[in-house]
Design a protein. Structure first.
Length: 149
């Protein structure tokens, strides 16, 4: 039996894994609509004809993107637990804070610097009273969540 794209018709949901050698992304390169569909065999043959360049650079970007998406989920979860406004807010209520917080975390900012940003958002964006204890607790949890990453 010969497999032809899209593979998900026979094999189920794609993995979206990227081959570190040739850069073939299962579920994208073989799926009509996201790219001109190509079988893995045809893609690898073309890659070999072009000198077999290693695809590490693109893979690094994809890993960075996946890492940022995971960070977004973690930060959103912690912000919803912090919930300065109160119960019942939409899941995206604090999304305006995610990327500024992520930037500080990536810069290895201190708990204090992160708590200051949180306090600024609390006051200036949400119009809420200062709560240094809650903001510091959130900052400590954010730093702990990304330690060792």
């Amino acid at each position: 039996m010969e497999l032809t794209p899209p593979y998900e018709d026979l094999l189920g949901s794609p993995s979206y894994e990227v081959c570190p050698n040739c850069g073939f992304e299962f579920g994208n390169d073989d799926n009509p609509g996201t790219a001109a569909p190509s079988s893995f065999e045809d893609y690898r043959a073309e890659w070999a004809r072009s000198g077999s360049p290693r695809f590490d650079a693109g893979l690094s970007e994809k890993r960075a993107l996946r890492s940022a998406r995971r960070a977004q989920q973690v930060i959103r979860s912690l912000l919803l637990e912090w919930d300065a406004i109160g119960a019942g807010v939409p899941d995206d209520e604090y999304d305006c804070m995610i990327w500024p917080l992520y930037k500080l975390i990536r810069q290895r900012s201190s708990d204090r610097e992160i708590a200051a940003l949180v306090a600024d958002y609390r006051r200036d964006h949400f119009g809420l009273e200062y709560d240094g204890e809650a903001d510091t607790k959130l900052a400590v949890r954010l730093v702990a969540a990304f330690t060792d990453q």
